[in-house]
Design a protein around this ligand. Sequence first.
Ligand code: FAD
Ligand code: SIN
Length: 545
Amino acid sequence: MGSDRSERFDFLVLGSGIAGLSFALDVAQGGTVAIITKKSRAESNTNYAQGGIACVTSDEDSFDLHLRDTLEAGCGLCREDVVRGIVEDGPQRISELIGRGMAFSKREADSGGSATELDLGREGGHSRRRVLHAKDVTGREIERTLLAAVEGHPNIRIFENHLAVNLITTDRLGHAHPRRCIGAYVFDKEADEVKTFVAPVTMLATGGCGKVYLYTTNPDIATGDGIAMAYRAGARVANMEFVQFHPTCLYHPEAKSFLISEAVRGEGARLKSRAGRFFMKDHDPKGELAPRDIVARAIDAEMKRTGADCVYLDLSHKEEGFAENRFPNIYRTCLKFGFDMAEDPIPVVPAAHYQCGGVLTSQCGETDIPGLFAVGEVACTGLHGANRLASNSLLEALVLARRAADKVLNAKAEAVPFTVPRWESGNVSTPDELVVVSHNWDEIRRLMWDYVGIVRSTKRLQRAFSRLQNLIREIDEFYWNFRVTADLLELRNLALVASLIVECAMKRKESRGLHYTLDYPNLAPSGAKDTVLVCGDGCAERLRI
Ligand code: FAD
Ligand code: SIN
């Protein structure tokens, strides 16, 4: 154990997406804040969000309708009180975001005057137009707005290229103090060393785990680090089997599963087979605007039935200029790959998109571990149930970040009164590592895609589970015996999170929402229950100190 050379702050925020930045801004009035982020500050799922934020702002809409749509999409597993609270807090949080400088798209004024009303988009599962957006780059605009506010704040420091490795809890340090989280070990990629960050409050805002799958809409940061850290520290995680596959990503070898927003279907685009048959009404009376789990399964079934590599999304019937004006980013990106969506149907396939489960939290973002909060895609609040309603995640992050901030500001946490041992880096590197790391990354992502995808079976899940346990053992050997690298740390998290997804999926003996298994094709007669996993005292790992 080394001496204490830790960085000390009042609030430690892991992640710089909508959840982390909103929380940081909300608590900065109460003390110093460190934002730790593993790449450049804007790189996050938030930055790529297209469709927008679902929120009741129109006279034709109501909280009851938003509640009903969310519950329906969630297939019996949402917590109604949680949904109601988030939906009702939405308008206030949206006004604050606008106050911070967020520019949502406005409706074209009918008689040529200036546009004043917000333009509301529509997406699958929504019975009303209620999605606020900035054309089709809503997330980029949110990141820009929040980062501008953070960068000017005297109490906030951002640490880029810093990757959080493990949470530090008093019990793992062997302290007699009651269990609490007091910070995190963080790998500084440029300095190539693990540093100690200490704070009485740690906010986990590390986002989701799309990179567990071979094909995903998520950027490279989405490796499930926060779930893995929280699980290793002994917090409960839940409902990891509910991985949402977005139905429509551009099918092109170099497009990296570029998302074609559901808002495109909201504006009337239709799905058809190569032979030109519109197939969605065969699967659901809501057609293209059925909830995502239904549309993704319908596309999967259509591709399997016809042996085609993709299906097609057709918006070519809209008036001239519509696609380019309403979806400029999607339009330009499709053109770059040789598809003019204003003229022709574009090829699309589903890809992993969103993690509905996560670290279990209260309605204020508190986890099982005092001092540790979780907000955003990393968390499981009960809002999404078995299938998230489109555009509800940005809303959830805004609402929960504020509630968590209120909670910690009202109950000022005690400073951490003791020294914290330094991370044990070790001196030895291994030449073997690079190939093992890249091989295992590929293997995990492919096996999850092949065995734990849109349609599952018990046999495939068992196969995936046993392979993952071998991989976890091999990766652990590298972790404990050699100097760590960013790729190795992410791989270790990816393997654990993949295994948690499979474990949850094996526990669920029914098909519900996003979890569809051939062996149990119906809902369980015993009703909707969460699948909860905990790495108890027996298995939670020691720290590398
Ligand atoms: P993120 O925005 O993903 O931020 C996570 C942050 O944590 C990043 O800064 C990352 O670098 C950092 N991080 C991760 N691990 C570590 C670590 N170990 N150490 C340090 N930093 C770490 N939702 C909607 O509601 N509406 C939409 O229109 C919409 N469109 C989407 C489109 C795309 C293409 C994608 C991928 C998602 C979309 N979503 C949408 C989902 C939504 O964007 C995310 O759920 C939401 O942005 C998550 O916010 P977050 O702050 O929890 O996480
Ligand atoms: C989209 O624009 O289709 C993504 C919306 C979401 O994931 O909520």
